[in-house]
Design a protein around this ligand. Structure first.
Ligand code: PLP
Length: 430
């Protein structure tokens, strides 16, 4: 495979961009080599600047659930741009967006738009602190909630991949307000509530993890944390930036039948443009300025381009009959194919899947249910598998600790080709 142009582009990029990338997960540090520079994308495929085409399982890290350049999204953007791209004043689309979010995710009674998932989680935490008049927050090892200071403690995603789960630059004071629990370990949570009575403002989690790879919460765990938060007057925040509109129309909370107090959204909600949102109980949301004293603002928040792409995407998800059943069918086909590859070869690995997100963990463990299990993975083996995939025209995340995604645009032929490429790669790695 010729990637000369990407190599040259990377050499140019590193001159004036730290590491040559605007987000560390895009670097190929953990798998070796240079990142590919992408020229265009359509449906399930992306094309690099050397004209290599790949079947895409990254989907811009989650947003592209309809596939790339969906005609309705492109049309909405084309129409919107002609009317102006930002006014700093209310528009009708923002109310339509809020109404649709509240309809699709019933725990959300009131919602504020922001510009990224990071902004959503930072703001939700400030709001929870303002509402409860408490300082402490519980998060889980390996969960990623964007790059806000309070969350860069034992964080997942690129922080984990690049070995900096505790980032320098976060003050000791901030770090000491973040309490750490272990995923799928209810006792680790209850112990913190006992140790810090009436001091914990919020508990935040990925209700299905994606940023240390896909892990499903046990029933006991997810119900137990809901009860613990209610008992202790703690705001339960579901960070559904990845799982929202992904694992079900109403997100993980619909899948598990749990009602969080606040929800953070991002990725799919922007349809490929920069958007985040946070919302929940009206009583809590009413603490936000201008109604209440908790301050949060944004020059470009709710801007027309982002609303156009997001609204168009959400409407399609909401109105297409059986959208999620069809999407899950694709994911099931793919995951079953991968599983049968493992079985045929007797290859030790674990596949976790929830809806249209999944991770193939290169571990000899029998199951992966928390951060310690994730840490048993052979990341060098993953790197080799990733490279063989690229050569076969498969674009997966350049890290073991991420979720893969299928979009509605992935055809059976795409998935079959990928299953076969995976078989060949695994066979070589045996
Ligand atoms: C991606 C992600 C974020 C951060 O969103 P950005 O838009 O990258 O700031 C936060 N939480 C979760 C669960 C995510 O997957």
């Amino acid at each position: 495979m010729n990637t000369q142009n990407s190599k040259a582009a990377f050499a140019e990029a590193i001159k004036h961009i730290p590491g040559g990338v605007n987000s560390p997960v895009r670097a190929f540090n953990s798998v070796g080599g240079n990142p590919l520079f992408i020229k265009s994308a359509s449906g399930s495929k992306i094309t690099d600047i050397d004209d290599n085409e790949y079947i895409d399982y990254v989907g811009s890290w989650g947003p592209m659930i309809l596939g790339h350049t969906h005609p309705a999204v492109v049309e909405a953007l084309n129409q919107t741009v002609l009317n102006g791209t930002s006014f700093g004043a209310p528009t009708l689309m923002e109310t339509e967006m809020a109404n649709l979010i509240c309809e699709m995710v019933p725990s959300i009674e009131s919602v504020r738009m922001v510009n990224s998932g990071t902004e959503a989680t930072m703001s939700a935490l400030r709001l929870a602190r303002g509402y409860t008049k408490r300082d402490l927050v519980i998060k889980f090892e390996g969960c990623y909630h964007g790059h806000g200071d309070s969350f860069l403690i034992k964080a997942g995603s690129g922080a984990l991949t690049l070995g900096t789960p505790n980032s320098p630059g976060v003050t000791k004071g901030t770090a000491s307000d973040t309490l750490m629990a272990s995923y799928n370990d209810l006792d680790s949570v209850l112990d913190l509530f006992t140790k810090y009575p009436n001091q914990i403002a919020a508990l935040i989690l990925e209700p299905v993890t994606g940023n240390m790879g896909v892990i499903r919460p046990s029933d006991e765990f997810i119900k137990g944390i809901r009860k613990a938060c209610t008992d202790n007057g703690t705001v339960l925040i579901f960070d559904e930036v990845m799982t929202g509109f992904r694992v079900a129309k109403g997100g993980a909370q619909e899948l598990f039948g749990i009602t969080p107090d606040l929800t953070t959204l991002g990725k799919i909600i922007g349809g490929g443009l920069p958007v985040g949102a946070y919302g929940g109980k009206k009583e809590i949301m009413d603490c936000l300025a201008p109604n209440g004293p908790v301050y949060q603002a944004g020059t470009l928040s709710g801007n027309p381009m982002a609303m156009a792409a997001g609204l168009t995407t959400l409407r399609i998800l909401n109105e297409t009959p059986d959208f999620y059943a069809k999407l899950e069918e694709k994911a099931n086909f793919y995951v079953q194919g991968l599983q049968s590859n493992l079985d045929k070869l007797g290859f030790p690995a674990v596949i976790n899947q929830v809806g249209a997100m999944f991770t193939l963990f290169f571990t000899k463990e029998k199951e992966v249910k928390n951060f310690s299990d994730v840490m048993t993975c052979d990341t060098e083996l993953y790197a080799k598998y990733f490279k063989l995939g690229l050569e076969a025209g498969i674009y997966a995340a350049p890290s073991q600790f991420e979720a893969g995604f299928v979009s509605i645009a992935h055809s059976e032929a795409d998935l079959q080709k990928t299953i076969e490429a995976s078989f060949d790669a695994l066979k070589q790695l045996q």
